[in-house]
Ligand binder design. Structure first.
Ligand SMILES: [Zn+2]
Ligand SMILES: [Zn+2]
Length: 278
């Protein structure tokens, strides 16, 4: 039997960028936007609140007295649009600790998230969201000690309006989550190689192919081929291509997956429902 303290996994609840793309042509990889669940011992961490958060909320709702930790990379819609529809947040018995980067360029995180509930923008409003919400802002580059044994490092990514990259460390193992990042800045690239160094799992913004990228420079996203380069340079173990373009259907993604595995053995394309254990 596995001891609970050995529990360390990541589950993908939303793997898309930009907008959700449900339908028969995306059934295999999924159509929800960014949301990861990371389970460590008896602690639940959630990364990003894209539309994948809705299904995660339904799964979590089976439990009472939830104590959750939500980390946001940035505030583009595809990373927060599940928030008003997150069922556990409606319950008085739920506690959610929400972490986001501090920035003097924009509103504090609580204002941004709560604004999405104001002025009848959604059927949920500030009165119906009854959970205890605790907001924490951090300086990018500093680490967060979540528990004695769970340490989360943060780093700057290259993205319009900025985004944060995370490295979650526990028991000598690590998962890096680097989404909404463009590989166009050499200084940031070199810092990332160090940040990702020897990680067990690297989840990376692979929105485009190198061929497509030529037409989309400056849009704030990277390619699956660049993910290979980063993981090789950083001697990372498993590479997971993530934040798929909504126009890439299952056939397209199967093709990316085939090419990716040919180039780098320990690689895979993220899909909804995928669980990786460390
Ligand atoms: Zn995004
Ligand atoms: Zn973004």
């Amino acid at each position: 039997m596995t001891d609970l303290k050995d529990n360390f996994f990541v589950k993908f609840w939303g793997v898309r960028g930009s907008i959700p793309c449900p339908g028969s042509s995306t059934i295999k990889y999924g159509g929800n936007t960014s949301c990861l669940e990371i389970g460590i011992a008896d602690t639940t961490l959630i990364f990003d609140a894209g539309t994948g958060l809705c299904q995660l909320g339904q799964a979590l709702s089976k439990n009472n007295n939830l104590n959750l930790n939500l980390f946001l990379t940035h505030f583009h819609y595809d990373h927060i649009w599940g928030w008003p529809f997150f069922e556990p947040a409606l319950r008085k018995t739920t506690k959610i600790n929400i972490y986001a980067a501090a920035s003097d360029m924009r509103l504090p995180p609580e204002k941004v998230l709560m604004k999405s509930l104001e002025n009848k923008k959604t059927p949920v409003n500030l009165d119906t969201m009854k959970a205890e919400l605790n907001f924490s802002e951090f300086i990018v580059g500093k680490s967060i000690t979540l528990t004695e044994k769970i340490n989360i490092l943060t780093t700057e990514l290259s993205h319009p309006d900025k985004a944060v990259g995370y490295r979650i460390q526990y028991n000598g193992k690590s998962i890096c989550y680097l989404t909404d990042h463009e590989h166009n800045n050499k200084t940031i690239y070199n810092k990332l190689v160090e940040f990702v160094s020897n990680a067990d799992i690297v989840i990376y913004d692979a929105t485009y192919t190198n061929e497509e990228y030529a037409e989309r420079m400056g849009w704030g996203h990277s390619t699956w081929e660049e993910g290979v380069r980063l993981c090789d340079d950083a001697c990372a173990k498993t590479y997971v291509a993530f934040h798929h373009d909504p126009s890439h259907d299952d056939k397209f993604m199967d093709n990316v997956s085939k090419k990716l595995k040919r180039i780098r053995k320990n690689s895979l394309v993220a899909k909804e429902g995928l669980i990786l254990k460390l």
